[in-house]
Design a protein around this ligand. Sequence first.
Ligand code: MG
Length: 451
Amino acid sequence: MSETNPGINRRDAMRLFSAGSAAGILGLFESPAARAETHLTPSYAVGMPKVTITNVKAIATAPEGANLVIVKVETSEPGLYGIGCATFTQRAFAVVTAIEKYLVDFCVGKDVDNIEDMWQSAYVSAYWRNGPVLNNALSGLDEALWDIKGKRANMPVYQLLGGKCRIAVECYAHASGPTPEAISENVKKFMDQGFRHVRIQQGGYGGVGTMELKPDFKEAGFGRQSDSFSDQHTYLKRVPKMFEIVRKSCGEDVELLHDVHELVEPMDAINMIKQLEQYHPFLIEDPFSPENMKWLKTLRANTTVPIAIGELFNNINEFRDPMVDQLIDYIRIHISQIGGITPAMKVARLGEWFNVKTAWHGPGDTSPVGHAANAHIDLAIKNFGIQESHFWSAKAQEVFLGCQTYKNGYMYINEAPGIGVDINEKEAAKYPIGTKSNWTVRKSDGTIIKP
Ligand code: MG
């Protein structure tokens, strides 16, 4: 103080402060010009030039086999960049094109600080909107801008969202197996690791891969031999049996989850979920496809089993009615499908009004950057429910630095400023993405089953 105001001694200064900090507010120590500048410039930006976007890159990699797409936003500030998850594993090349051909032009020269404006303007910049691919690209941009803002503020992103509501992120693990007995053994392994929540699946979703029957469509040469098969009748009988055996074997303390993955008829799903009530599941995930949301009312009228829904939603407006009408208990969002942290926070906040909690999608086809985005929101919101976990392989951890870690059923994030995950582009280039798309599931007669 004496350096900038040599005419004021320590005793004068103490007297002024004892009269209240109004002295500082009134600018007694500053010239009018300095006051105006301070008020017009955010304090963190005093003396800093405006930071603009200089380039946007798509980085595609598949260290675990699943296609992952990352957006990297480079800026006018040397060394300052952000990364975000734009993963749509089944159509990864289309997202890369959306980023390289459209997002670069849209972004270059714009201010990195105005995330909401960037989101709103990018969202309508193609006129038609709400689709996967463009939403994924937008998510990558949005998360990268949050990463940059965190780095500029020298804070992890969750701090910018309001700070921590909890010590860490409670997760569920995924236990599958060919038989209920094998699943029980896997559940116990996770319980021994400290997990309090485990999702149980017999075989693949809808029982795919564990049906003994040879589907008629394969015998008839219909479709492809590689197409998946689900016998809905067998699946519907097996799930209550699986719950009965796992509950008996693993006890009452572990919370059990199950994903229907939309693979049965709505009324069949409702009848099956009613049977599961006696085993008190923690939640049942995605009983209906997005085309069948009206069935939620019938489901709700017939069972009190908690329901998670929305993995396949793309438009945040799809969540509004089921949340406001309290037809669901958990919002199941793939955050990069709806456009990133900015829209996900809006959905989460709406949920708080209606006691709907979050259960963000977090499998291996969400990148560690996307998992970090999930976790930053999980830490900062009141109505966090549960988080899907994924354990990263050594290869993935060479590509992505700062991956999440797990201890005693909790996920911990890297506490570095920003989103906390970085990418080694040289390592990423070792694992090129592919074009495989394996979501073809048929009934025995060959009819396609909607996921
Ligand atoms: Mg699911």
